[in-house]
Design a protein around this ligand. Structure first.
Ligand code: ATP
Ligand code: MG
Length: 447
């Protein structure tokens, strides 16, 4: 370890030299390498940091590459013409390469000292620091690894490499303090544990079990974002199981948990298991379709032999809208869930109405409705005749059944809000991105 790297380290970090780890520059994004070298050549420290180092050590392809440096934001703006400063709570510089941007963060100091009233919540995090302080303010040991562009070594202050080998998600420092500082970290612990099939280390898990209720103090925008990350990554069923196990689902979404009941939760988890299995076969669904699956247990009490379509549809629609707003889901997502649940009712109620069947299979809603049906109810043998009928009509149309997407759907959940905003916190601002489907209305007029 060179003295200038971390002058005040007592025990010192573990340094894993290039021959002793698996990260190769070939696996690092070219533009990120360019940023790293530009910083180094200008005399600054420059590291690849966070999720990218973690993923590369695990042999996974990183989603994005973040850079840390001792250069200050103003120096970064001077060094990179193609850059912009972003963020208030957390000032960063984005360096642009076409549509892509690389996040460059200046090394931070530790979190601020707790305020006098004992509230540990940290809402400003811009005190500059060195590599050591930057490592210790990060959330989990596996996320606090640095790849040094000077000598290609991996620098590990917190035992992250050992935890990768052990498959552990471990909070850095005292987990109780770290979760009180930022309760969203509890959701992040579950996100990483589910995604990698890791175990949440004992003290970290005990702190979540104790402090889960604090999640309500967190910014709902960040909570929704993490919830959807869990719902759209690999092993989403396990993610929801963990959220339920630590009571976080009941904290965050009490009305939904009550409305679907314990059996409904099992049903949702089975649905997500199927989504997971399909993803392993490289068959992916949109976020809209996965989110609609959260509400399928609301159909459990429906009896097509006795109920009236219009009345049931009105009830389910109302419930989904109310729950969706309570859950802070973007309006566009709620609208799609409503249509897809109505679609389920359509399949149930109108199997014997030939002109409705032949009309609905032509509608743009049919294919996603069909996919949702298979994922949620495909295992129910009594519905096999229903499926045979609908499929027979659908097969008359030459184009293959859609309702899947070409790659894992990684769209930012807040790009779904559209012009009308959504959820209880509709004032967050955001883009007018047009989701992926048009929004036709399902016809339910009489004939
Ligand atoms: P992903 O693959 O999901 O992007 P990631 O580890 O890159 O995972 P990000 O949310 O992109 O996660 O954050 C980048 C890094 O910033 C993390 O690896 C971690 O070191 C740090 N970080 C993010 N959120 C927090 C937080 N709430 N508290 C402390 N450190 C955080
Ligand atoms: Mg990341």
């Amino acid at each position: 370890m060179s003295a200038d790297r971390a002058p005040d380290v007592q025990h010192g970090p573990t340094i894993i030299a290039r021959p002793d780890h698996s990260i190769s520059r070939q696996d690092v994004d070219k533009d990120t390498l360019r940023v790293l070298y530009r910083l180094k050549d200008a005399g600054y420290e420059a590291y690849l940091v966070g999720g990218a180092v973690r993923d590369l050590l695990m042999g996974r392809r990183p989603k994005d590459f973040d850079v840390a440096t001792d250069a200050r934001p103003r120096e970064l703006r001077r060094l990179f013409k193609n850059s912009r400063e972003v963020g208030k709570r957390f000032r960063l510089v984005h360096v642009f390469f076409g549509p892509k941007n690389i996040e460059v963060a200046t090394l931070r100091s530790a979190a601020e000292a707790p305020s006098a009233d004992g509230d540990l919540y940290v809402d400003s995090d811009n005190e500059w620091g060195n590599l050591e302080s930057d490592a210790f303010r990060r959330d989990f040991t596996i996320n606090a690894l640095y790849y040094d562009i000077r000598d290609f070594a991996v620098i590990d202050y917190c035992g992250g490499v050992a935890d990768i080998h052990a498959g552990l998600v471990r909070a850095i420092g005292d987990p109780r303090v770290r979760f009180q500082e930022d309760p969203v970290r509890m959701l992040r612990a579950i996100k990483f544990a589910a995604r990698f099939g890791y175990t949440i280390e004992e003290k970290t898990a005990a702190a979540i079990a104790e402090l889960h209720g604090d999640v309500l103090k967190a910014n709902r925008h960040r909570v929704t974002e993490e919830f959807f990350r869990i719902l759209t990554q690999a092993n989403r069923a396990e993610g929801i199981r963990l959220l339920a196990k630590f009571n976080l689902l009941a904290d965050l979404y009490p009305d939904w948990v009550r409305a679907i009941g314990p059996a409904g939760l099992d049903q949702v988890i089975e649905f997500l298991d199927r989504v997971d299995e399909d993803a392993e076969q490289e068959r992916w669904y949109s976020i809209e379709l996965v989110a609609a699956g959260l509400f399928v247990p609301l159909l459990d009490t429906v009896d097509p032999g006795r109920d009236q379509f219009n009345r049931v549809a009105a009830r389910v629609t109302g419930e989904v809208r109310q729950l969706g707003v309570d859950m802070d889901l973007p309006k566009r997502l709620i609208n799609t869930a409503v249509e897809l649940l109505r679609g389920q009712l359509y399949l149930l109620f109108f199997t014997h109405r030939e002109n409705r069947v032949s009309r609905f299979v032509e509608s743009p809603w049919f294919d996603p409705t069909w996919r949702l049906h298979l994922l949620a109810f495909g295992g129910i043998a009594e519905l096999a005749p229903l499926r045979t009928t609908w499929l027979a009509y659908r097969k008359r149309i030459s184009r293959p059944i859609g309702g899947t997407v070409n790659s894992p759907d990684r769209r930012d959940i807040f790009s779904f809000r559209g012009r009308t905003g959504g959820g209880r916190h509709a004032d967050r601002g955001g883009s007018d991105d047009d989701g992926e489907w048009a929004e036709p209305e399902l016809v339910d007029d009489g004939e």
